[in-house]
Design a protein around this ligand. Structure first.
Ligand code: 26M
Length: 822
């Protein structure tokens, strides 16, 4: 079915070429002789859009005519990356476009490089949203992604003298060919002000919110092309503007300048993505961002519902499900209650019944510092009516639900209350989400188990079955077919060509895992990909690396719980072994990092600095004869990941057990034939189950062992004194060995691991990690064994197709039917 639909866009390279040239003239206003690469890229996008926009319109029309139930994916982040190659892959025109550009004397890959990444996300959570919208369209489900049209996405990272510098990301400074503005669907959003209590003639209480400001929300639509391009869904992103309506008074009173100030304030809301990952900042503007996009989206959903169903709310839960991507859109719950109770004048119980059938919530973390809380004071200032509604939800919940389940138990009530009592009263967004949703899911088996047992045990008792699991996944279209074309072509020679939608079919490669010819082809492709990455490394860092060396890659946000510092300490130990014994037996190794630190995260930035300083020293030390290289690639992002992942031999997944909810980079790397070195954490456990214990290298404490060690009192000094090598490496941080003339510049890292208690038990796992790397060395030196492992990893990752995740959501939570378009 997929190839049949691809055939419908059957186009010859000549036809595609003509289309691009025509757009160069009529859309870009230039010609073949003077067009810049950027102009060619724009013209190519315009050619693709001839197909994409048509399909998008057709899809929207079909969904409206059939009045389909749809999922509305509410997320503050969509980390989409680049579109051109992805859209070509999904409409099946990659080869045609590549040939067309070649006929124009252009290099397809070079043209694709012109596109800035759409980096409207921090990391895993935002990229998951992007993979999910791809899968929803591919599977033909009616879906819409709602988010914010940030002017600036995640900062770009530069490394200067080893330190991270942040510069603004201006991804659409010169326009974005993939989006369309929809002024006809603008929404007006109230903020601030006060609540008036009124009584009607029957003595019924009525609350009226008199907002202090109105903000305009302008929607930008981005088509999301499914593989096979039958369904093209929409990602709708809201941009904030000052409302003209509100500013007229000010203007007329001669306040032209005051009005401009208001414009600036209003436009600030969608100005920039908050760069925190797994930590809560608690800033007023962030709360306003959350409310702004939830309120716009709900109004949009209701407008569409009313077009088909009028003022009758009875069918609303049958038509609408809203998935909350973490607690960031939690305020959608009181917002829908406000509209139903204050505006539609439904009674409370009926409104609450609707809410509880409409919302579902995904938890992405157990880290205490990431669990969102807003001060009651701030909430009251920005959203006075919503605070009242939250209080009402809470008191009914405590009385009607908690009291019967836990009679006279004030401790449980204190724990489950949406309001945290204390020095400063806080609104707990996680509790609000669990109470307001009909399903709550974690993102990997172990994570969901911990959500039940450690985070929300009482909720699990009150509502058995509400807490559930949906293991994350990644789209194999971007993360294999499009980023690793050579491997994809090899796979297609041995597996049905629809493997990008039926990824379990890769299992067939298991039969070839010991086949000498196949091993050779597989490893040759890996080598070629490493040659390509080596060029990128040279360009970005001026470091020469040998593509025959083992490429060991850790790519993810910089966070102490992810333990880049463990990787670094081990690299320093290898360096020390090589210095002490030039014949130390290990394969040539290249350790490659990609990581952004949150701009306000001090220790994360110290670790970035330390990696870069160690890299400088190691890479320029002729004594170790290039047996060890360390590379920190600046500005890690989706498009760089697409170049790194196909070239990885080893995938570092080394978080402290219990801390990484899932991980999704682990899936992409294994799918491309990398062997995981990892802890029993998040999805690593399921990757090990699928690949088999022999094809991953597991080390470190388990979740239970971590808990036991914490309980008995963990002391990092014990490990320091017990391990001569570990002690020597940590003491190195106090010297000026890596920072000549500046002793102690790296000392904070040692302090965090000893004096500040080593929160993530890096030292406890060191010995086991070091042994695991010795195992990797031995395996890599047996090239047949290694090839077998790499192949089995690719063969067994079918489970981690995000299509499977989406099908799990559909079956257990969303209950959608796929919709045929045409
Ligand atoms: C919070 C407050 C203010 C500003 C930003 C934030 C914030 C932003 C992103 C908090 C958390 C954010 O993301 C958390 C995240 O990315 N979690 C990851 O989710 C992935 C997808 O489920 C998992 O694979 C990762 O394990 C998990 O860390």
């Amino acid at each position: 079915a997929v190839s049949a639909s691809i055939a419908q866009f059957g186009m010859t390279p000549e036809q595609f070429k003509e289309c691009v040239v025509r757009h160069l003239h009529v859309s870009l206003g230039t010609d073949e002789n003077k067009a810049s690469k950027k102009a060619w890229w724009n013209a190519t996008c315009a050619a693709v859009n001839e197909i994409v926009f048509e399909r998008a319109t057709k899809t929207q029309k079909t969904h409206f005519q059939k009045d389909t139930r749809a999922v509305h994916y509410l997320s503050l982040e969509f980390l989409m990356g680049r579109f051109l190659k992805n859209n070509l892959t999904n409409i099946g025109l990659t080869e045609v476009a590549a040939q067309a550009l070649e006929q124009l004397d252009l290099d397809f890959n070079e043209i694709c490089e012109e596109e800035p990444d759409m980096a409207l996300g921090n990391g895993g959570l935002g990229r998951l949203a992007a993979c999910f919208v791809d899968s929803l369209a591919t599977l033909g489900y009616p879906a819409i992604g709602y988010g914010i049209h940030y002017e600036h996405g995640l900062f770009t990272q530069e490394i200067k003298h080893g330190r991270q510098l942040e510069r603004p990301d201006s991804w659409r400074e010169y326009g974005n060919p993939w989006e369309i503005c929809r002024p006809e669907s603008i929404q007006e959003i109230p903020l601030y002000g006060y609540v008036e209590t009124k009584y009607d003639e029957n003595g019924r209480i009525h609350k009226e919110w008199h907002p202090g400001r109105i903000i305009k929300g302008v929607p930008w639509d981005i088509p999301v092309v499914g593989y096979g391009a039958k369904t093209v869904n929409i990602l709708r992103l809201w941009e904030s503007r000052a409302s003209d309506f509100f500013n007229w008074d000010v203007f007329n009173a001669g306040g032209y300048l005051d009005a401009q100030v208001e414009n600036v304030q209003a436009e600030t809301i969608s100005k920039v993505l908050y760069p925190n990952d797994n930590t809560d900042a608690g800033k007023e503007l962030r709360l306003i961002q959350q409310y702004f996009f939830c309120a716009c989206s709900i109004k949009d959903i209701i407008r569409r519902y009313k077009r088909a169903h009028g003022d009758n709310w009875d069918n609303f839960p049958a038509q609408v499900v809203m998935q909350l991507n973490d607690t960031h859109p939690a305020v959608a719950i009181p917002e829908l209650m406000r509209i139903l109770v204050d505006r539609a004048e439904l009674d409370w119980d009926k409104a609450w019944g609707i809410c509880q059938k409409v919302f579902a919530y995904t938890n992405h973390t157990l880290l205490p510092e990431a669990l969102e809380k807003w001060s009651v004071r701030l909430f009251e200032k920005v959203l006075p009516r919503h605070l009242e509604i939250i209080y009402e939800i809470n008191s009914r919940f405590l009385e009607e639900v908690v009291e019967p389940a836990f009679p006279d138990n004030d401790e449980v009530k204190r724990k489950l209350s949406i309001i945290e009592e204390g020095h400063e009263k806080m609104v707990r967004m996680g509790n609000l989400c669990v109470i307001g949703s009909f399903k709550v899911n974690g993102v990997a088996e172990i994570h969901s188990k911990l959500v039940k047992s450690d985070l929300f045990p009482e909720f699990d008792k009150i509502w058995p079955g509400k807490l559930t699991n949906v293991t994350n996944g990644v789209t194999p279209r971007r993360w294999l077919k499009s980023c690793n074309p050579a491997l994809s072509n090899l796979i297609s020679k041995h597996v049905d060509e629809d493997w990008p939608v039926h990824l379990d079919k890769l299992q067939k490669l298991n039969d070839l895992a010991d086949d000498k010819k196949f091993q050779k082809e597989f490893m040759q492709i890996k080598h070629d990909n490493k040659v390509e990455l080596a060029k990128v490394i040279k360009e970005l860092t001026n470091v020469d690396v040998d593509p025959t060396a083992l490429f060991d890659i850790q790519i993810k946000r910089l966070h102490e719980y992810k333990r880049q510092q463990l990787n670094l300490i081990h690299i320093m130990a290898l360096y020390r072994r090589l210095l002490q014994d030039p014949d130390y037996d290990m394969p040539k190794r290249v350790f490659i990092f990609g990581a952004k630190a949150a701009p306000g995260y001090y220790m994360a930035k110290e670790i970035v600095y330390a990696i870069n300083k160690v890299a400088d020293k190691v890479n320029n030390d002729s004594r170790i004869k290039d047996k060890l290289k360390v590379v920190f690639l600046p500005n890690y992002r989706v498009s760089l990941a697409e170049k790194m992942i196909p070239a990885a031999d080893v995938s570092e997944q080394i978080s402290l057990a219990g801390k990484e909810a899932s991980g999704t980079g682990n899936m992409k790397l294994a799918l491309n034939g990398a062997v995981t070195i990892g802890t029993l954490d998040g999805a690593n456990i399921e990757i090990a189950e699928e690949a088999g214990e022999d094809n991953v290298v597991i080390f470190g404490l388990t979740v239970d062992e971590v808990k036991a060690k914490k309980a008995e009192g963990y002391n990092p000094w014990d490990y320091y004194y017990a391990n001569e090598e570990l002690k020597a490496v940590l003491d190195w941080f106090d010297t000026d060995y890596f920072t000549p003339g500046k002793p102690g510049e790296l000392a904070e890292i040692k302090r965090s691991l000893l004096d500040y208690g080593d929160t993530y038990m890096t030292l406890a796992d060191y010995a086991s990690y070091s042994d695991a790397h010795k195992k990797i060395d031995a395996l890599y030196q047996d090239s047949a064994k290694w090839a077998r492992m790499a192949i089995v990893n690719t063969a067994t990752m079918g489970k981690f197709n995000s299509d499977r995740s989406i099908q799990d959501y559909v079956n257990n939570i969303w209950k959608l039917d796929p919709c045929n378009v045409e």
